[in-house]
Design a protein around this ligand. Structure first.
Ligand code: ATP
Length: 205
């Protein structure tokens, strides 16, 4: 269970949000909405420990996320605006690193299967700088298939994806929620689930 209480984040002299309370239980997705600049990315980065809120608390499994430190970060997968893909490495090499960082020592077969499912069969061995924007994003998204982290925090994951990839990502998210995972995401598009709970949080006025 992820619990947020009385969270406040300021940027410069602007208060983006204050007294924010919400929780996300296993098998649930929270869709964070709001206009450009309302603080969605700031909230997601706060949930990952990449931004320090001005006040409030984030708890994971009943304990302070800050106190849990690495133990909390091991349980989460963050997908931010920068997809974290290294251009000189191939898709397979990038995913090997991601799998190691996620403490997931799956064999290469799992990586090749993930790349095939995400539509990159035949592109596995090219340096990713030779791939299109959407293909690079697909390499990053393949991480979702390899990770065992229960908590997914996804910032605009659908951007730059074609319709087929959008469908696949919707499926991966729905499967994760159906398997008792937790998802917090921002997106300007509607999210559909096959099971579990879907809640919305609106930032800004
Ligand atoms: N590094 C920074 N330094 C100062 N202010 C920042 C910084 N990053 C973001 N901000 C400000 O914080 C506010 C919220 O930004 P944030 O990226 O969280 O919004 P958002 O809701 O994710 O926006 P978008 O929908 O455009 O991605 C913006 O007004 C922005 O100018």
């Amino acid at each position: 269970m992820l619990e947020v209480s009385q969270l406040e984040c300021r940027r410069g002299d602007r208060t983006l949000f204050s007294a924010l309370d919400f929780s996300v239980a296993p098998g649930n997705l929270l869709h964070v909405r709001g206009a450009n600049g309302s603080g969605k990315t700031t909230l997601l980065r706060s949930l990952c420990g990449l931004f320090t809120p001005d006040s409030g608390e984030i708890r994971w499994q009943g304990e302070s996320a800050r106190r849990l430190g690495e133990e909390y970060r091991r349980d989460l997968l963050y997908f931010g605006h920068h997809n974290g893909i290294k251009g000189d490495l191939t898709g397979v090499e990038n995913l090997r690193i991601a799998a190691t960082l996620d403490a997931n020592r799956g064999d290469d077969g799992v990586i090749w299967d993930a790349l095939a499912r995400i539509g990159l069969a035949g592109f596995e061995d090219l340096p990713t700088r030779m791939l299109s924007q959407g293909q690079k994003k697909r390499v990053a998204l393949a991480r979702l298939m390899l990770s065992r982290a229960p908590l997914w925090i996804l910032d605009e994951p659908f951007t730059a994806l074609d319709l087929g990839a959008v469908d696949l990502l919707q499926t991966l998210i729905a499967e994760h929620v159906a398997a008792d995972g937790l998802v917090v995401l921002t997106t300007h598009q509607e999210v559909e689930l096959t099971a579990g709970g879907l809640a919305s949080l609106h930032l800004g006025s």
